[in-house]
Design a protein around this ligand. Structure first.
Ligand code: SF4
Length: 199
């Protein structure tokens, strides 16, 4: 736990990229440590920047409902983002910002030690696939497909899907997102038992 607390302290004081200049609060992530399931989004938004917590806005409410479709609740999963500080105007994080922040995500994965990592949206999917040395073919091609991967020496299942914010702006995304979360438990089943049976 000391290792995790040190990591959070470092993120809170971080100035490794330009995003520290415009953030109100860094958003390291939250949830049980260790945790079987890790959720990785893109970046904090305005509400998250104000609160210093991940997924507290409208997208967060939708994420809570989606977790319920997978038989999960927020208290059962560790939630973080690819970058820990809000990009101004909610723009996409830039490549150099993602790279600067990646040391923290790597350490989080080592400490949280998840068996499955659900990536939300293109940037999270691309980043985790790249960390695992896998080729990313785009969100529509990869969504809902569990893939075995090794990240930081840890055997994990990557499970990409859309970012919940996409469903708030594009109604055709919501049914696919719901389907992916409904399939989450089945997608991780091992020897006829669900991963969630082990939680
Ligand atoms: S986004 Fe990451 S690397 Fe950039 S300042 Fe925030 S914590 Fe540091």
């Amino acid at each position: 736990m000391r290792e995790y607390e040190d990591l959070v302290s470092e993120i809170m004081a971080c100035t490794r990229c330009r995003l520290h200049l415009s953030r109100r609060n860094p958003v390291p992530g939250e949830g049980p440590v260790p945790s079987e399931v890790m959720i990785v989004g893109e970046a904090p938004g305005r509400r998250e920047d104000e609160a210093g917590r991940p997924f507290v806005g409208q997208a967060g409410k939708l994420l809570d409902r989606l977790l319920g479709l997978a038989g999960l609740s927020r208290s059962m999963v560790y939630i973080t983002n690819v970058v820990k500080c809000r990009p101004p105007g909610n723009r996409d994080p830039r490549r150099d910002e993602v790279e600067a922040c990646n040391i923290y995500l790597r350490r989080q994965i080592r400490i949280v030690s998840p068996r499955i990592i659900v990536t939300l949206g293109r940037i999270a999917g691309e980043t985790l696939y790249s960390m695992a040395g896998l080729r990313w073919r785009g969100i529509r091609a990869e969504r809902g497909r569990p893939v075995n991967a090794v990240i930081e020496g840890l055997q994990v299942i990557l499970y990409p899907t859309f970012h919940p914010a996409a469903a708030l702006y594009n109604r055709e995304v919501l049914p696919m997102l719901e389907e992916d979360f409904r399939n989450l438990a089945r997608a991780t089943s091992r020897r006829g038992r669900s991963l969630l049976d082990f939680m």
